[in-house]
Design a protein around this ligand. Structure first.
Ligand code: ATP
Ligand code: ATP
Length: 551
């Protein structure tokens, strides 16, 4: 159904190709997953199938890509629209209408489908993706995850034979991600749809893949193959695979279920080992009075009461995960804490520096607020304004009053290999996020807020981000991160707060909060439950203890 013959893609004057040379065949009715580190060319591969490369992104494509027999060089994306449905990394860029219902119908209208068919499919899709309550809403008012669902729904309604999905679950809460993957699997199994998908959160997707293509790194040949075989050698892999490698399981498990079946021996070896402290088990610090206090906070957007009675204090050195369903109000809370929304009820206060009086975010000018609190927004583009990576870094140092070179050094630490001359617009998703993180980290504000900070990041970049944030917490900063990444929360946060429908419904030690609900439990916890292990790092440390005979 999809074929690449000696394909390579080069952007601008770059010497090295961003992708290829690549040969690849994806048969009809298979779900093929593209995996690899950030910036390795996954989106470029996907865009070559939908025809966006080279027609819209620029760059030179060599070799031949065919989809359902059509050469993408001769067919522009709109000439492929009857066969290929594409969901890109940035749903906002693709929306053509204003409301949810219109967006779901748009693709079918342009294909000229009969009215009653359109009507029926819109209703089906609203139900399938949990969007019925939002049908009349302007898309601009939806949360990130709600928008991602609309983007997915809008391509499903047209029933394309090929679906190209670039990180389709990156903004979805864990339960919504499972639902979307179940829908895709049904299309593959029942209708013979062909799916090509790139995704970093492999714990969510590998078990659904019929085939995986690994792009291991720049200049290295792609490795296509059967999922377990590719995972056995892949530098990027989900926690169950890491656990399987550690325990020496063969074949490697790809799902929690597979791993549980093999875990008896591992449980025995771990039974006597004390669970080593990880951040998730660490002491809560918070000495010296809170850095941030929100009391009975209420926030309205339009006619909706989005936050109600939210109470939250963050102390020095604390790292707190903020979790909850799509649309629960996480982004709204973070934005309110940096003064972007004025509270309709209650209050927010940040500790003043050196005994000065408290700061109220929405009444403080941005230049001054920067020294108290920083937010890395859900869309990193909201933070990037200049023409190049170097200019962005220089501006960040100047705004923050940091030594020149601070921001650039942070960027290199988070994700090596991002060029100074690149335009932020042309960066890969992970590269752009790393840049936004570096810009905010350069100011090292006492209170650091991160909205979904691992979208598009590979596991290595995530580990480096964790290390950076731990250092900041050790220096006394407090970190609040809104995330759907249960693995990240388990790794990094000692405390987790759960929002539901605008209210705080849980606030406590991460180990307790995440294991209390299957939706939030990380893979290792599910495999070893009821034993209280959360991460592979903990299990490794447990096995290494001399008292139990070592690994
Ligand atoms: N339009 C463009 N112009 C110039 N360079 C580009 C363009 N699009 C992508 N690149 C570069 O090509 C390389 C591959 O980017 P691509 O987006 O395909 O990576 P990716 O594997 O999808 O990354 P991520 O996992 O971060 O989404 C990156 O170094 C990126 O900076
Ligand atoms: N102008 C508006 N009118 C009505 N509802 C709105 C408006 N703006 C936002 N909302 C709603 O407020 C809720 C909270 O949105 P928010 O972006 O804070 O959620 P979130 O928890 O960050 O979600 P996600 O995980 O999807 O990013 C959502 O249900 C959203 O649809």
């Amino acid at each position: 159904m999809i074929r690449f013959d000696e394909v390579s893609v080069r952007y601008g004057e770059e010497e090295a190709p961003a992708l290829g040379p690549l040969d690849l065949t994806v048969p009809e009715g298979e779900l093929c997953l593209v995996v690899g580190p950030s910036g390795v060319g996954k989106s470029t591969l996907l865009n070559a199938v939908s025809g966006l490369v080279p027609h819209f992104t620029g760059g030179t494509l060599r070799g031949r890509v065919t989809v359902a027999g059509r050469d993408t060089r001769e067919h522009r994306p709109r000439d492929l629209a009857d066969v290929v449905g594409t969901v890109g990394q940035d749903p906002l860029a693709h929306f053509v209408t204003d409301t949810v219902e219109d967006e779901l119908a748009y693709g079918m209208e342009s294909l000229g489908l009969p009215r009653d068919t359109m009507r029926r499919r819109v209703e089906e899709t609203l139900d399938l993706l949990g969007l019925a309550g939002l049908r009349d809403r302007p898309i601009a008012t939806l949360s990130g995850g709600q928008q991602q669902r609309v983007a997915i729904g809008s391509v499903l309604t047209a029933h394309p034979r090929v679906l190209v999905l670039d990180e389709p679950t990156s903004a979805l809460d864990p339960a919504a991600a499972e639902e979307v993957l179940a829908v895709l699997q049904r299309l593959v199994h029942d209708l013979g749809t062909t799916v090509l998908m790139a995704e970093h959160r492999l714990e969510r997707v590998v078990q659904y893949a019929d085939r995986i293509v690994l792009l291991p790194g720049p200049g290295r040949a792609a490795v296509p193959g059967e999922p377990a075989a590719v995972m056995a050698r892949s530098p990027v892999h989900p926690p169950v695979v890491a656990l399987g490698r550690l325990a020496g399981w063969d074949p490697l498990p790809l799902s929690v279920r597979d791993a549980r079946r093999r875990a008896a021996g591992l449980r025995e070896r771990l039974a006597l080992a004390p669970v080593p402290a990880s951040a998730a088990f660490g002491e809560r610090s918070g000495a010296g009075g809170p850095l941030l206090t929100a009391r009975r906070l209420g926030v309205r957007r339009g006619r909706a009461e989005v936050l109600r009675g939210v109470g939250l204090t963050l102390g020095r050195g604390e790292t707190v995960a903020l979790m909850g369903r799509n649309g629960a109000g996480k982004s709204t809370l973070l934005r309110t804490l940096v003064g972007m929304h004025a509270p309709a009820a209650g209050s927010v206060e940040l500790a003043g520096r050196d005994g000065t009086s408290a700061v109220v975010p929405h009444r403080t000018p941005p230049g001054r607020l920067l020294r108290h609190v920083g937010l890395v927004p859900q869309d990193p583009r909201d933070l990037l304004f200049t023409e190049s990576v170097a200019a962005e870094c220089a501006a960040a140092d100047a705004d923050a009053g940091a030594a020149p070179g601070t921001c650039r050094a942070l960027l290199t630490r988070l994700l090596p290999g991002v060029r100074d001359t690149a335009h932020p617009r042309d960066l890969s998703e992970g590269q752009r996020l790393a840049l936004a993180l570096a810009v905010v980290l350069a100011a090292a504000p006492p209170v650091l807020l991160l909205d979904e900070p691992t979208r598009g990041l590979d596991y290595a970049a995530k580990a480096r981000l964790v290390a950076c944030l731990r250092e900041l917490a050790d220096e006394g900063h407090c970190v609040l991160l809104a995330t759907h990444d249960v693995e990240l929360a388990a790794e990094l946060a000692a405390r987790t707060v759960v929002l539901a429908d605008g209210e705080v419904v849980a606030d406590g030690p991460t180990a307790e909060v995440v294991t209390a609900s299957p939706a939030f439990a990380p893979q290792v916890a599910k495999v070893l439950a009821p034993a209280p292990w959360l991460t592979v790092a903990q299990v490794r440390a447990g096995l290494d203890r001399p008292t139990d005979g070592g690994a």
